[in-house]
Design a protein around this ligand. Structure first.
Ligand code: ZN
Length: 210
């Protein structure tokens, strides 16, 4: 897998073009990766939403459960994935960041000892993880991210960091903690961040994060 002219090239990469985007990035291009989960029933349904002009949302990449990738915007164009956002001393993260959507239905709810997605698909306990979200205090259930998908996300992060001047890898839950829970506690965000970037300063030392 490699990047050529803002385009991801590889065996498991498809390309579409989302109409939902801004201008090209200002000076120096993106310096942040923002990781999301789709909270959709499939990668294909996430791509449909991110292509829908009525929805006014997009991301640069969608990574399916099997590790296949769809690129919706070239990496020099501003996507609409972060929404209202703030971290350290900056706000409005779309203008600084590449958005990576990871196909995963997100938080699960329990009923009669069984686990369901928000769209009522039953999930086997082997595909679920119990954890405390970094913005919460109680434990809840989340859909597991398959190893193949996690490996692909980490490989993508490595590639983007080595291609662009990326200094930060953040979860949507960190730049919009009041509104968002993605990618959630089933995703090894801290581990991937430290493996890809090495030791990075904590946002709390900069203040500004609610
Ligand atoms: Zn998100």
């Amino acid at each position: 897998m490699k990047i050529e002219g803002g385009r991801l090239v590889g065996d498991h990469v498809d390309h579409v073009t989302s109409p939902n985007h801004g201008e090209t990035f200002a000076n120096g291009g993106p310096d942040t990766l923002i990781l999301h989960h789709t909270a959709c029933a499939s990668a294909a349904s996430a791509v449909r939403i991110l292509m829908d002009p009525q929805r006014q949302v997009s991301a640069h990449l969608v990574v399916a459960e099997d590790g296949t990738i769809t690129q919706l915007l070239p990496f020099n164009i501003i996507g609409w994935h972060a929404g209202r956002s703030a971290w350290a001393d900056r706000t409005e993260f779309n203008q600084f960041s590449i958005g990576v959507e990871i196909d995963n239905p997100g938080r699960l709810h329990q009923r009669d000892g069984r686990l369901f997605t928000w769209f009522e698909r039953e999930i086997a306990e082997a595909d679920a993880v119990q954890g405390v979200h970094r913005n919460e205090s109680a434990s809840s259930w989340w859909h597991r991210y398959p190893t193949r998908q996690l490996e692909m996300v980490e490989q993508l992060c490595q590639l983007l960091v080595s291609t662009y001047s990326v200094r930060y890898i953040l979860g949507h839950e960190e730049v919009a903690p009041q509104r968002k829970v993605d990618p959630g506690p089933a995703f090894p965000l801290d581990q991937i961040r430290s493996r890809v970037l090495g030791d990075v300063p904590s946002p709390s030392t900069d203040a500004g994060t609610p």
